[in-house]
Design a protein around this ligand. Structure first.
Ligand code: ATP
Length: 337
């Protein structure tokens, strides 16, 4: 388990840092930290790894306060973006290296490294040097090296960003399987939404050094709590709106029926409609005649850009012809107040 309690931090002489971070990652869970460049992801990682000390607050790993400890004393496995493997060492030597630092005898080192080679699918590559491995294999070596001393938690800093798209997808699953098999509490830093959503038990969205929302991937996608999160996670149509009373709102599209018995007339809010939830046929609810602007073919689906009462809307689906009408079920209109 990893806990951040009221963590605040400023880089000396700057306004950048982290603002009152509270976060809990349960034992064996993978939490992805997602955010745009400069949002504070790496800073958070530096604080847990011990490269920087917080100005205030406590970080605990398995209920132990690690805030005063040095990097070495924290017993955390870290995989960086560029792997940082030792070029002159073989795969086996690279993996065994952290055990050497801990003065574990050579036979035990090599036996444990050999077991880790098996777990990470590197059998047959033991005597090769990093330069002769593919990107995915180098990444596995880095992962094996980070896990060899059975760390209390694993920190992954954009570990897949150097790989091409196909391999990245494969490695996502491999890392997730290994993480679950070992039951190791893990923090994954990424700016790739798909990576965060597909690998994590929980995703934390960061902006300007603050946590905007920490939630299960499906909640984050379907029930973002703020307009910032809705805008950042996935594609969305987001419009300002005004409540007209229970189950009814008004926005630039016109009046819409929504699923919200608690709404009070005059309440300002925003609505979010995911493009894939529009249906290209009239329905008994919320149906609009649309002016079709263009359709882009994406393979499994298309994205249509249309105009409804002067407002540009994106819809996605398997449209065989340009839609003339779009309808949206009240259940698929998410309200953000
Ligand atoms: N050593 C430093 N001194 C001063 N400011 C810094 C330092 N390192 C980072 N920052 C600033 O802190 C903020 C957060 O940076 P951080 O590297 O944590 O962002 P990030 O989300 O990891 O970005 P990226 O995805 O580009 O790595 C940024 O505004 C950055 O400019």
């Amino acid at each position: 388990m990893i806990e951040f309690n009221n963590i605040s931090f400023r880089y000396p002489g700057s306004n950048s840092g982290l603002n009152d971070i509270n976060l809990k990652i349960n034992k064996g869970e993978l939490l992805a930290i997602l955010g745009q460049s400069g949002s504070g992801k790496t800073t958070l990682l530096k604080l847990i790894a011990g490269f920087e000390k917080p100005d205030s607050g406590i970080i605990r790993v398995n209920n132990k306060d690690i805030t005063p400890l040095s990097c070495q004393q924290r017993n955390l496995g870290i995989v960086f973006q560029d792997y940082a493997l030792f070029p002159h060492m073989t795969v086996l030597e690279n993996i065994a290296y952290p055990l050497k630092l801990k003065n574990i005898d050579k036979d035990s080192r090599l036996a444990r490294a050999a077991a880790m080679v098996q777990k990470t699918g590197l059998s047959g590559k033991e005597q090769m040097r990093p330069a002769n491995l593919s990107g995915g294999q180098q990444q596995r070596v880095a992962l094996a090296r980070a896990l060899i001393f059975e760390p209390a938690a694993l920190l992954l800093d954009e570990p897949l960003s150097a790989l091409d798209a196909g391999l990245r997808e494969e490695m996502r699953q491999e890392i997730r399987q290994l993480q679950q098999q070992l039951g190791i509490t893990t923090i994954l830093i990424t700016h790739d939404q798909e990576e965060a959503m597909s690998m994590a038990d929980q995703v934390a969205v960061m902006k300007n050094g603050c946590l905007l929302q920490v939630d299960h991937p499906t909640n984050l996608y379907h029930k973002p709590k703020t307009v910032d999160v809705a805008n950042f996670v996935g594609r969305a149509n987001i419009l300002p709106a005004m409540a007209l009373g229970a189950h009814r709102i008004e926005c630039a599209l016109g009046q819409l029926q929504v699923h919200a018995p608690e709404l009070k007339a005059g309440q300002p809010l925003h609505i979010m409609i995911r493009p894939e939830h529009w249906r290209p046929i009239p329905d008994e609810y919320n149906t609009f005649a649309v002016e079709h602007l263009n359709t882009v073919f994406w393979g499994p689906s298309c994205q249509a850009t249309v105009m409804i009462n002067g407002t540009v809307i994106k819809a996605e689906g398997r449209f065989h012809t340009a839609p003339t009408h779009l309808s949206i079920h009240p259940e698929h209109i998410h309200l953000i107040s």
